[in-house]
Ligand binder design. Sequence first.
Ligand code: D5M
Ligand code: FE
Ligand code: ZN
Length: 472
Amino acid sequence: MLDTETIVQRFLDTKLQVHPEVVRYLAEKGDTDLLERVVSSVPNDTIVVLAQHVQGMGLSKDGTRFLTDPEVEIINGSEGSSGGVLGVADYLHYFRHRYDCLGGLIRSRCSAMPIMALKKPRYRDEKCTIIGLVSEVKSTTKGHRRVDVEDASGTVAVLFNKDRPGFAEAETLLPDEVIGVKGSLSSDGKLLFADQLMRPDIPHSHAPYTSNTPGKAVLISDIHVGSDTFLDDAWDRFSQWIRGADASYLLCAGDLVDGIGIYPGQEAELTIKNIYEQYDFLGELLRSLPSRLKIILAPGNHDVVRGAEPQPAIPRKFTGKFPENCVFVENPALVSLQGVRVLMYHGRSIDDQIGLTPGASYENPSPMMEWMLKRRHLAPTYGRKTPIAADRQDHLMIDPIPEVLMTGHVHVMGITQYHGTLAINAGTWQSQTAFQKQMNINPTPARAVVLDLQTLALTIHDFSGEEMVTLS
Ligand code: D5M
Ligand code: FE
Ligand code: ZN
């Protein structure tokens, strides 16, 4: 037996990256000799091991193997995988796991020393590299950034000078993210002057997978059924359109319903005041969509499950009226559609990023999705607006690298691409609420993003007007 981790690790040991299809093929074969033959036969200049490097794999790709693959596979975040009771010690494991995994991604690019070693007199005034978790971020009176970085051996203060190149990256540093720093140690050994900030990041050579067979997925978010600002007319137009569209999948990244008691005075803004009835209504709406659509639904902070992330899937007692073609997943969830992996994350951490990063705003969620990808983490900061349920493992890391990161929550559309990974925030089906008006948040409602799984090309449809408008 070969598991995927062993296979990936075997390639990493020889400084090779490996395409997920190759991993899947080798795991399916379960043949250690085959794995060794592939490792030893790839040409020297190979960066990513692809199907073409594996004898026999190209052939089976054209044959029956792909036809028998399930079209939807919940890789991470399937129903029932989170939600256990946690003890205090789990927080230690949680951050340790995060540090080990994300630090490992940085470690492969530099040789870092334990922070405790910086205390040794021989490193004074020398160049040093460390990897650690950011424990505190401060601005100095002169506008530089001073952060405390911690590993299992100790803590050191690091200064990012505002006049040095790359300072903009240092301004986006968040508490609890894992970074590497290359710099010079002060003569008293107490301060590291940063030359370079390293993040776990996505390699430039990352090659996204595309499906061999035709297929389209429709991406939406934040439906907010039950709210008096839910755009039912626009939804009807969307519903009408999708009945005639050639899409096979519909994904929603949370805030399926408006919920009950989510904010003070919410009751006055609800047209459906019972949580069961809110889900029943959504179930009815989804029942009128074609049954051939696979509908994948994740929760958000307005849904009935606990707010702490990872959020469990919507429990069965709320989904009795939903059609059978619905799949309920956690937040976050990594979903494979014909091999194209979509990481669904509601996006609550965007609130924290906006609060903690100079210049970040609700008007444009794209940079925040890029920062998630760069950090290989969906919600690094613990103890602010995003509640995190620490487990023995960190389920909020971005690993493996998806083809698409899909978010919602801010109710504003944003689309970008970072090192080959698409990042999409589809917006909302709710018009501006009184709260959003106060906060000066201007939503872009009633949009659906269509993802072509063969080409990863995107088309955006806007249903907010009487006629559907295709934006690109
Ligand atoms: O989030 C809808 C929008 O409102 C989204 O842009 C985030 C913003 N929002 C929500 N809660 C807060 C708080 N507490 N502070 C600042 N901004 C917030 P939704 O999750 O649909 O309510
Ligand atoms: Fe929302
Ligand atoms: Zn939300």
